[in-house]
Ligand binder design. Sequence first.
Ligand SMILES: [Zn+2]
Ligand SMILES: [Zn+2]
Length: 101
Amino acid sequence: MKLSENKIKTSTFFAEQTYNRMKKQLAKYEADSEKQARLEKALCTTCYYLKSSIAGQAFTKYNCQHCGEEHTHPNTNVPKYCFKCSKEHNACKKCGASKGD
Ligand SMILES: [Zn+2]
Ligand SMILES: [Zn+2]
């Protein structure tokens, strides 16, 4: 689409939306406002609030990088570690970072 006053206005609107969305996510991150849900998912604050990604809906097998056991994950966005290891080490199942206290 060619640049026009209107096009720039619309793009600016969406750019600001992105900023506002991220600002909200950052506020949530800082307050850890969904801690319960986050811990149920065994994720650290960064993975839960800042890296939520869209994943394909397909059961996917993965091997936990800690215990080596094979597990199944409900979507294609597979974690690195299983729930058990995540719990045992208080580590995020996606990146291994601390889940906090
Ligand atoms: Zn494991
Ligand atoms: Zn993480």
